[in-house]
Structure formats: structure tokens, C-alpha cells
Design a protein around this ligand. Structure first.
Ligand code: MN
Length: 132
């Protein structure tokens, strides 16, 4: 018995964010729009999780304890298995120089905090399309 609806696999989004409230906000928003969010609160786990789940998109907070989002972006871009995955940077930094550094590291989209629902979903859809 074939059930096309059940076979459809949701687009997976790895969300790397140390702040509890932001992490929940991003994940709830993605789930509400039929994406499958995978939360990662400790940036040191991000690359290994990305390798194991091969997400369709990575949402990357830049300000993290232990390791910066910028370092993680460089590690992802340097990994042959992960290099092609779109990355959306989310950061509280607003300075032009910071945005430039983040873009040069190879991100596909950049949004600054505070993040609005419209801008967040617009950027996600711009990179990987609607969920269904
Ligand atoms: Mn943070």
C-alpha cells in the first residue's frame, strides 16, 4: 500500500543556538510551518550532528560559548560532506564589518537579531523553499 503523503519527508533544519528562548522560538516556528527542526544548543556538537543528519539547511547563531558560529561555518564549509548545505547566520552583531566577515565565511543568508517571524521564514523559504 503506497501512501504518498506519509512518504513525504519533511525538510530538516539544524538549528544551532545557545539561548533557550531563541532556540525554542526558531524550532517552534519551523515546526509550525512543516519543517523538521533539529535543535543543537552546544555549538561543539554542531558539526557532528550535521554529519549525522545531513540537514537541508543550517541556522547558525554566531555568538556561542566555547566555539563561535564563524568557526563552525568555516568547519562546515571545509567539510566535503557538508560544504553544499545552505547556512543562514543569525546574529546580534549589527556592525558592517562583522556582517562582511560572516558573509565571506560562506553563508547564504544573514539576518540580525531581533528576528521577526516574517524575516526568519522568508529567509528559510528563500533558501530551501516551502516545506511541502
Ligand atoms: Mn548566542
Amino acid at each position: 500500500m503506497i501512501e504518498p503523503e506519509a512518504r513525504r519527508v519533511a525538510k530538516t533544519v539544524l538549528v544551532v543556538e545557545d539561548n533557550d528562548l531563541n532556540l525554542r522560538f526558531f524550532c517552534d516556528l519551523l515546526a509550525a510551518h512543516d519543517y523538521r527542526p533539529v535543535p543543537v544548543q552546544d555549538g561543539r556538537d554542531a558539526v557532528a550532528r550535521a554529519r549525522s543528519i545531513r540537514p537541508d539547511l543550517i541556522v547558525m547563531d554566531i555568538q556561542l560559548p566555547h566555539v563561535s558560529g564563524l568557526e563552525l561555518i568555516e568547519a562546515i564549509r571545509g567539510d566535503a560532506h557538508l560544504a553544499a548545505i545552505p547556512i543562514m547566520a543569525v546574529t546580534a552583531y549589527a556592525a558592517k564589518g562583522d556582517e562582511e566577515r560572516i558573509r565571506l565565511a560562506g553563508v547564504d543568508a544573514y539576518i540580525s537579531k531581533p528576528v521577526t517571524v516574517t524575516r526568519f521564514l522568508g529567509a528559510v523559504q528563500g533558501l530551501i523553499g516551502a516545506a511541502a
